[in-house]
Design a protein around this ligand. Sequence first.
Ligand code: PLP
Length: 424
Amino acid sequence: MKDETVSIHGGYAGDPTTHACAVPIYQTVAYEFDSAEHGAALFNLEVEGNIYTRIGNPTNAVLERRVAALEGGVEALTVSSGMAAINYAILNLAEAGNNIVSLPQLYGATYTLFAHLLPKQGINTRFAESDDPAAIERLIDDGTRAIYCETVGNPAGNIADIAALAEIAHKHGVPLIVDNTVATPVLLKPIQHGADIVVHALTKFMGGHGTTLGGIIVDSGRFPWREHRRRFYMFNEPEPSYHGVVYTEQYGDAAYIARCRTVAQRNTGSTLSPLSAFLLLQGVETLPLRVERHVENARRAAEFLRAHDRVEWINYVGFPESPYYKLAQRYLAGRCCSLMTFGVAGGFESGAKFFDALKLFKRLVNMGDAKSLACHPASTTHRQLSLEEQRKAGISPETIRLSIGIEHIDDILADLAQALDATR
Ligand code: PLP
């Protein structure tokens, strides 16, 4: 079925006990066993069923199946936030002594996780000089366990050449992990272009209303873990923390997610609450409709900003002068996301004046809400980064990032106009 239909019906065939039409919120910690034998069979993974919400919940399972279907994956795991999804996606396949190779343009907390936190656990990140696939390939060695990128970078707005990165990753026997938060599967399905693992902050466009944190990891089911037994022994040898299960034998194509659930999630517990899963499902139902309006409003706002005498530069991949224009045509079919950055003439001071004058746009550090949002990365999300790190992440001191909402375009443009006037 098409995205519009999957977003509403995917992963839910009705509630077996109550026949509830809406997805019920299974607000329970644990599930009763029929008997000692039944409990043992569940723990032995011999029968399907629920044990404890830290590792699985029926409401969360609907969201997992729905997003897996939208992305074209075989399985998914919901977690408590986008950052938890990124952390687990890496910890599930790398350990002390390994490295991952990443594009330099990343969301601020992803950058700090990779640059500062994971190295303390012995997993180093090699940041490429640029997002040129050749710059990535140069950094791969025998210790590399994954290539990582954002399909559309936040806030840089760069578009990753997913097919080229996937080819390089597969040539070296490692998976490509992508963060598809900004694009959403409505605009871009990275698995179709060769990505192996897709992560999301459901917090953003997928939920769409700025009410609920959540993350998800989707497994394409395509990476040949068995062919790379030595490098990815954790999927091919008995797992000591889960009584010796061999994930590729027990779960076949879904080995990666099964291990993520029963090792990372079970033992460290960044679980999504069932109520949050329910709220996020409400958002996903309207995702294709909202994205359509986001994209159209963003195009109009970008055109308005480009023509304005107070705007010094604008970074919007829908313009032919953008270095990412061709990739945006190829991967997004020209339906550019609603994220853009720009600089007001007059540097940092004018940028601050513009920011303070906004009335409809919310001043905050979020994106992907139905509401239009504005953020000043240098003083917030990317504050912990040095100027050089900020430059590599694609921002400068005056950069304003806009996430264009789904209000009426006339009201959005009027707010931008009056805030720009305030900088004169
Ligand atoms: N990935 C991207 C691209 C993001 O923009 C964000 C947050 O802004 C995250 C991941 C982290 O998501 P969360 O805030 O749900 O942890």
